[in-house]
Ligand binder design. Structure first.
Ligand code: FES
Length: 147
């Protein structure tokens, strides 16, 4: 039974992988398998947290150095697509100033992904909203420091 069961699980996993690759495209699939920049951060310089109309929440944590994002992490309680998009949003923020991060939009993330299921496109916009929320938090903290 053990061998049959192992084969069954392996076949099932392969089917899921193939289907996901077909639906998401290769770029998103690779990130779905290995979502980079996932995690939380103590005392981030900027913290964002947005809950979408789907009910999922994405959090974004940013550390800045010399006005540029030195470290970016995200966390989601949502779907696999939110993990893929959150991961790319964090990655694209690295090395950027707050002004440059404004240029990271949901469309930019979707373009980077190549193809993405229509019903999951809102996950890209949610991840960017969380990123922008973190930048806003950073800017507010900076303005308080200046006083
Ligand atoms: Fe809610 Fe993807 S379905 S973030």
């Amino acid at each position: 039974m053990s061998k049959d069961f192992d084969n069954f699980v392996e076949d099932l996993q392969n089917q899921i992988f193939e289907q996901t690759k077909e639906d998401y495209g290769d770029v998103a699939f690779q990130r779905w398998i290995k979502p980079l920049y996932i995690g939380t951060m103590d005392n981030p310089d900027g913290y964002g947290r947005i809950t979408g109309s789907c009910g999922d929440t994405i959090q974004m944590f940013l550390k800045f150095e010399d006005e540029r994002v030195k470290k970016a992490l995200f966390q989601t309680d949502g779907c696999g697509s939110s993990a893929v998009c959150g991961s790319f949003a964090a990655e694209m923020a690295l090395g950027k100033t707050p002004d440059e991060i404004v240029d990271i939009t949901g469309e930019v993330i979707l373009k980077k992904l190549g193809g993405f299921p229509e019903e999951d496109k809102h996950c890209a916009f949610l991840s960017v909203d969380a990123l922008q929320d973190a930048v806003n938090d950073y800017m507010i903290k900076q303005s308080r420091k200046d006083k």
